[in-house]
Each structure stands twice: as C-alpha cells, then as structure tokens.
Design a protein around this ligand. Structure first.
Ligand SMILES: Cc1cc2nc3c(=O)[nH]c(=O)nc-3n(C[C@H](O)[C@H](O)[C@H](O)COP(=O)(O)OP(=O)(O)OC[C@H]3O[C@@H](n4cnc5c(N)ncnc54)[C@H](O)[C@@H]3O)c2cc1C
Ligand code: SF4
Ligand code: SF4
Length: 402
C-alpha cells in the first residue's frame, strides 16, 4: 500500500494536531488511534484515492493554515474579529459547570432553541474511559450538563465527519482552533460539509496534553485509574478543580494551578508549541477565560463566578452572540481588546516567539507548518532580540535532544 506523502511529512515533523480531519475525509483509508505517547494519531489502513494527498495538504493543520481577514479588522496578535465582550450564561447551572462563564454552552443552547441548527457536535467524557474524550452529536440542551467544561485530553472531533454527513441535520461544531481551521478548509472545498456545518465555534487553546497527563494527576492524587468513575479537568467553579470521582462516591481533587501548571502542561504535544493560532481565527465565534492573571497566566483568585471572553470573528458570529443576548441566554459586557495581551500571556508569548522557533526547526531541516496571513513577522518584532534568541536556542536544543 502506498503511504501518504502528506501524512509522512506530518509524522516526520511531529506536526499532527490530532484533529481527525484526514480520517473524517478519508474514513476507508485512515483511522485515528491512540499512539504509545497517548495522542490520537492517524493510521493509514488502506490505499488512499488518487489526489488524496493534495486534499490533505489543503486542510491538515499540521501542514499549514492560512487566514484571510476579508474586510474585517485584523488584529496583528488576535487575528480577524468584529466585536468582543466579556460574558456568561444567564443560566446559573451552565455558568457554574462551564470552564469559564459557560458562554459557549449558552450560545449552543441558543442555536438549538432558535432553530439556527438542529444539533450540536461537541466534546464529552468517554463513558468507557472517564479520563478520555469522545465526540457527541446532541440535539437536547439537557445533555450540555455533561459536555460543558474544558477537557485537557486528546479529542479528534473531525473524525466524526462521516457520521455528521450521514445524520443529515444542520449542526454547529465546537472544537479546538486547529479543528476549526481544518474544518473551515474542508468546508471551502466541499459544499456538502459547508451545508451540514454552517456554524463553527472554538475557544482559546494553550495545547492538548497526552492521555498521560491525566494519569499523572491521578498518580499525584494517589488514586488508581481502575477506581475512577468520572473525571473533570475543570469547571464547576472558575477555574474549578481537576476532580476524580471514585467508585465509593468520594472525590479527590487538585487546583487548576497544580493540575495544569505542574502536570498537564508538561505533556503538551509538539504541534502546540509551534501553534500560530491558539485563538480560533477560523471560527465564527470563540470563547476564552477573561480573568485577571499573575505573570504566569494563572488566575489571581481561587474560585469566582466564571466570566468568558466572547469574541465574534464573523458577521454570523456577531449575530449569534447578539441573538443569544437578546433571547436572555447570554449576558454581555463591554470588553477592551487592548487588555487582552495582559490577560493571555501564554497566547501572546507563543505568538511572539513563534518565528524564532520555526527558524530553529527549519535550520535543522525539520518540516514545519506553512502559515499564511498570521502576521508572524509583525508579532515577532514585539518579542525583542533577546527573547527571540532565547526562543530560537531553546527550540534548537529541544529539537537536537529529541
Ligand atoms: C485543551 C484546551 C486548552 C485551552 N487553553 C486555553 C487558553 O490558553 N486560554 C483560555 O483562555 N482558554 C483556554 N481554554 C478554553 C477555556 O478553558 C474555556 O473552554 C473557554 O474559556 C470557554 O469557556 P466556556 O465556559 O464559555 O465554555 P463551556 O460552556 O464550558 O463549553 C466548553 C465547550 O468546549 C468543548 N470542549 C471542551 N474540551 C474540549 C476538547 N478537548 N476538544 C474539543 N472541544 C472541547 C466542550 O464540549 C464544550 O462545548 C482551553 C480549553 C481546552 C480544552
Ligand atoms: S493534524 Fe489532523 S488532518 Fe493533519 S494528520 Fe493530524 S489528524 Fe490528520
Ligand atoms: S495549541 Fe494549537 S495545535 Fe495545539 S491543540 Fe490547541 S489549537 Fe491545536
């Protein structure tokens, strides 16, 4: 069987983001599997049709991403957008369960109740493995009680494309920024996908940890994986604690700072370290944490009522946010975009240092994603020479070690 050149380049550069786009578009030939490192990765199981490599190259976020602002205000750091607010779900339970203010869940509820879409594709805990994720197609907002909250583990939502198309309903899609970018690129070439998925929602994303990240949390909590019946990465408060529920009904938990800062962030995949778009530039609307942070990006409080950043990137996204507000499901407040760099230092610094990191990888002849329209040169100037050299040398050393 001829191996896919595109997938080979992705594998050589460790560039896979794990979106599932290639398996979703070519389900007979590619299947997503958990690899030894704890990441979801494509495995070629049959020959690909003629021209498949060219198609994969056009949408695979491991190989590249292009952004076209087309008439929108195009912020050098944050990409194209129309309006941004801070916001939260007016439903107290949604706000409490949500990762931030439950804004995404409120928006999904609005999309269903207003009949904009007939179902929603999003991430949920895997009933067979409480640490893992699965993609679900839901039409009942009552299900959002289990889907709300961020899950810092691999998810490959575009693997579900054949199911979405077979289902036949008009759906809204929620996924990581790389999932959103891949879907937008697939939609651009495939009218059937564009008809089936008219709305793309996303969130800011610092990176996906491997399945070993959650296992590390259990180890630190001195809990055996076999005793876990449910696992929450955060949510139920802001930021909410990483919480394992055990067979006897008891709970063990640790703070967001300890779970993300000391454990999960150490297990993030290589592609995320060279991600040019962790803020969902391809989506109609994105949400994020709108919290006051310390110098390392952690919230300056233990627990509070959640507040999401709500950023409408397209006219459709703007209509959806304002529609949810008018329907009384989403509270929106003014947000000053000038404050965003201080609230999201991780996103800011990764964007600023990326050109130097990519240069180090290119020097070693490693494949890197082809980024277009993402203003990497302009944002790298904000980094200053010393930081750029540090980013370059750090990447060079890590790449030589691996
Ligand atoms: C891996 C990861 C990294 C993140 N990094 C950042 C960051 O750097 N900065 C920041 O401000 N915010 C980050 N977030 C997002 C943040 O935690 C909140 O999701 C966001 O603020 C929206 O909160 P909400 O209360 O409005 O959403 P909610 O109402 O809680 O809805 C969350 C939605 O996200 C979906 N979802 C959760 N986990 C996944 C997943 N693994 N894959 C696909 N979909 C998923 C859920 O199905 C749900 O639809 C990250 C989230 C994830 C999953
Ligand atoms: S990034 Fe997505 S499309 Fe590219 S190889 Fe990985 S799973 Fe496939
Ligand atoms: S950091 Fe970038 S590549 Fe990694 S999961 Fe998030 S959006 Fe995808």
């Amino acid at each position: 069987m001829g191996a896919s050149e595109a997938l080979d380049r992705v594998a050589r550069g460790s560039l896979c983001a794990g979106c599932g786009g290639c398996s979703g578009v070519f389900p007979e030939a590619i299947s997503m599997r958990m690899d030894d490192g704890g990441f979801l990765r494509p495995a070629q199981i049959a020959p690909l049709p003629v021209g498949a490599d060219t198609r994969i190259e056009a949408f695979c976020p491991g190989l590249g991403q292009s952004v076209d602002a087309v008439g929108r205000s195009d912020d050098r750091m944050w990409g194209p957008y129309r309006q941004a607010w801070s916001g939260w779900s007016t439903n107290a339970d949604q706000r409490h369960r949500g990762a931030s203010g439950g804004a995404l869940t409120a928006i999904l509820t609005h999309l269903l109740r207003a009949g904009v879409v007939q179902a929603v594709v999003q991430n949920a805990p895997d009933a067979r493995n409480p640490l893992a994720n699965r993609t679900v197609l839901t039409e009942d907002p009552a299900c959002f009680a289990t889907t709300a909250g961020s899950r810092y583990a691999p998810s490959a939502p575009l693997d579900a494309l054949p199911d979405i198309l077979a289902d036949g309903r008009r759906v809204a899609f929620v996924g990581k920024p790389c999932d959103a970018a891949a879907l937008a690129a697939i939609r651009a070439k495939d009218p059937a996908v564009a008809r089936a998925i008219p709305v793309i929602l996303s969130f800011f994303c610092a990176g996906v940890p491997s399945a070993k990240g959650a296992q590390g949390i259990l180890e630190a909590l001195e809990v055996s994986e076999a005793d876990v019946v449910a696992f929450r990465y955060r949510g139920k408060g802001w930021p909410g604690r990483a919480t394992a529920t055990l067979t006897d009904g008891s709970e063990r938990s640790m703070s967001y700072r300890d779970s993300w800062g000391d454990i999960l962030s150490k297990h993030v995949q290589h592609r995320c370290k060279i991600c040019a778009d962790g803020t969902g530039m391809a989506a109609d609307l994105v949400c994020a944490d709108a919290w006051q942070v310390d110098s390392q990006g952690y919230p300056m409080f233990e627990e509070e009522d959640g507040i999401s950043l709500v950023m409408a990137r397209t006219i459709l996204g703007e209509q959806i946010a304002l529609g949810a507000q008018a329907a009384g499901r989403l509270a929106l407040d003014d947000f000053d975009m000038k404050t965003l760099q201080a609230l999201q230092p991780g996103q800011r610094d990764r964007r600023r240092g990326l050109r130097a990191r990519l240069a180090a990888l290119r020097l070693l002849g490693r494949p890197v994603p082809d980024y277009r329209g993402l203003h990497l040169k302009a944002v790298s100037r904000q980094n200053g020479l010393r930081r750029n050299i540090r980013n370059f040398m750090g990447t060079l050393k890590r790449a030589l070690r691996s």
